[in-house]
Design a protein around this ligand. Structure first.
Ligand SMILES: [Zn+2]
Ligand SMILES: [Zn+2]
Length: 89
């Protein structure tokens, strides 16, 4: 019987495979293996981003995208529109 292999640990997945519902993410993961590829933390509320075919948490997605603009002031990544001053800050 064919079992899909987990993209994280490469072991067969017998149950509770996790795959992306929107088609962005290829392959399947164990439920326990489905977490941020960088920090290995599970995603809150199933919110995650896909970068380069890997699931990433919000923080590491923005880091990978070089869009971590707010790290200087509050450490929180910015999603959506953001303000830039005339001085470029
Ligand atoms: Zn796994
Ligand atoms: Zn992360």
């Amino acid at each position: 019987m064919y079992l899909p292999k987990c993209r994280r640990c490469n072991l067969p997945i017998e149950k509770q495979a996790v795959s992306s519902f929107d088609g962005q993410l290829k392959g399947k993961y164990h439920k326990d293996c489905f977490n941020c590829h960088t920090c290995q933390k599970p995603f809150p509320d199933e919110g995650f981003y896909v970068f380069d075919g890997k699931p990433l948490c919000t923080y590491h997605y923005h880091e990978a995208n070089d869009s971590l603009r707010a790290a200087v002031s509050c450490g929180q990544p910015i999603e959506g529109p953001y303000a830039v001053t005339h001085a470029g800050k």
